[in-house]
Design a protein around this ligand. Structure first.
Ligand SMILES: [Zn+2]
Length: 472
């Protein structure tokens, strides 16, 4: 059979079943939020492992990853003076706990320049800012991630941080603020809805000066072990060269995590199902699915998996890593492929998109906030396939990281088109004898990270030593 005949088989197989939707329904309605370290997450790992076994993958296993888990406690926000009012908030996971009372200060978008403008006036105050809008490239610049904004606030001397969701709907925004080691954030951090956030800001403007009291609970379990789910479709030509693909299957404790990233996980699963059905000679390099645990709380699953390759001396065997965080979350046909700081891969994927007669947006941007990153900093070629729902008119994460990230937002068509695009793409990379990606040298990787300012967080979190390359 020719490769295009394999592609037709894949497309037909995906187009004639609702398997990925049923898997998503099981993950969300039956198993729940899949919050990192919870029974729900562990049950999801077992479910995904059983699925991979039933699809005929080999070496299917649960890979243990240890990290500190967190469970939600009490949470409250009141203006205590000069008026008394209370507002609806949620603690951001891994927030510092306690009762904190101090003056409130409006720090705008919470970008570095917003904090700089306030100077010393922010010291000791609880700052209120816009939650990340996270739309890279929109409005001509890269907007800061939640954890970057937290870092700016800590450096500026703020005593606490309140993030306002930028989408209306009374949806309190969540997102982990852990230290990177499973411990609490340096200052307390909470999320509120657009409406409550605006009400707080109006009160501040009316009064000129208000005092707020923030109560934040939460429990830490340092002994948690969660599991990545891995399995192989062994290559017939270059079995030692490995392409890792997959998305995280954990979600946020307040939601079903249907789009972020239940959808990406079931699209990866569907991709594995149809590729495993092809005859052995269809697959050149080994295709290895890895469904990650603990992404939402610090990419723990991916850090653990990448470390495993290092310990085995196998990082050089990684031809390519495809992160699927956000795949399948649109209504169908909105796929976007982002290569991460890899201009040399653009012509290859450009040609792939032309040859496959399936439109995908192709961009190049290295960012640090999902599961590709632990591989990328080791010099491995990586990309992310996502499928944003552009019709929703929501900014940033949309429903993501709120209670509204529920199964009713997912569409079978969206799961199917992402699975078809991914399966065809993996087949192409697996069989390319002239794949242009190769592992960078350590010095090149360090220079690239420094140029983008990504070295700052790596150094603070004790991860700069993990940066690596082909010359090690
Ligand atoms: Zn995600």
């Amino acid at each position: 059979m020719t490769s295009s005949a394999y592609e037709k088989q894949i497309i037909g197989e995906i187009w004639t079943t609702d398997e990925p939707y049923r898997n998503l329904e099981h993950l969300t309605d039956v198993l729940g939020s899949r919050w990192a370290g919870s029974d729900s997450e562990h049950a999801a790992g077992e479910f995904l492992k059983a699925k991979l076994e039933s699809y005929g993958l080999t070496n299917v296993q649960l890979q243990p990853v240890a990290f500190g888990a967190w469970t939600r406690g009490s949470e409250e926000l009141e203006i205590t003076s000069p008026v008394q009012k209370s507002f609806s908030i949620i603690a951001l996971p891994y927030s510092k706990t306690g009762v904190f009372e101090s003056e409130l200060i409006d720090a705008g978008n919470g970008e570095e320049e917003d904090f700089a403008k306030l100077g010393d006036t922010i010291k000791g105050k609880i700052a209120i800012i816009a939650a990340e809008t996270n739309a890279a490239g929109v409005r001509g610049k890269l907007l800061s991630h939640r954890t970057d904004k937290l870092r700016y606030a800590v450096d500026a001397g703020a005593a606490g941080l309140i993030y306002i969701n930028q989408n209306p709907g009374f949806l309190r925004i969540s997102g982990s603020v852990g230290s990177g080691q499973g411990g609490p954030s340096a200052i307390p951090a909470v999320g509120t809805s657009w409406e409550h956030g605006q009400a707080i800001l109006r009160e501040l403007r009316r009064q000129g000066r208000v005092t707020v009291k923030l109560t934040v609970g939460g429990e830490f379990n340092p002994d948690n072990v969660s599991y990545n789910v891995v399995g192989d479709i062994v290559g017939s030509k270059h079995p030692d060269q490995v392409i890792v693909f997959g998305g995280h299957y954990d979600g946020h404790d307040i939601s079903q995590g249907a789009l972020d990233d239940g959808a990406g996980a079931v699209v990866a699963l569907e991709t594995a199902r149809v590729l495993a059905q092809l005859p052995a000679e269809a697959i050149g390099c080994t295709l290895r699915i890895c469904l990650f645990c603990g992404e939402e709380v610090g990419l723990y699953g991916a850090w653990g998996n990448a470390k495993w390759y290092e310990e085995q001396g196998q990082v050089n065997n990684l031809r390519f890593v495809l992160n699927m965080d956000g795949a399948g979350s649109g209504k169908g046909g909105t796929e976007r492929l982002t290569v991460h700081g890899r201009p040399e891969l653009v012509p290859f994927f450009d040609q792939f998109i032309k040859d496959s007669h399936y439109k995908m947006r192709l961009t190049d941007e290295l960012n640090s906030h999902s599961d590709h990153y632990p591989y990328a900093i080791r010099g491995v070629p990586t990309a992310t396939i996502s499928a944003p729902d552009d019709s929703s008119a929501l900014v940033g994460r949309g429903w993501g990281h709120t209670e509204a990230d529920t199964l009713d937002k997912a569409h079978l068509r969206g799961l199917q088109t992402s699975a078809m695009a991914t399966a065809r793409l993996l087949l192409a990379v697996s069989n390319a004898e002239d794949f242009p990606g190769s592992r960078k040298s350590k010095a090149d990787m360090q220079a690239q990270l420094e140029e983008l300012g990504l070295d700052i967080a790596l150094k603070r979190n004790g991860k700069w030593d993990l940066v690596g390359g082909s010359d090690q």
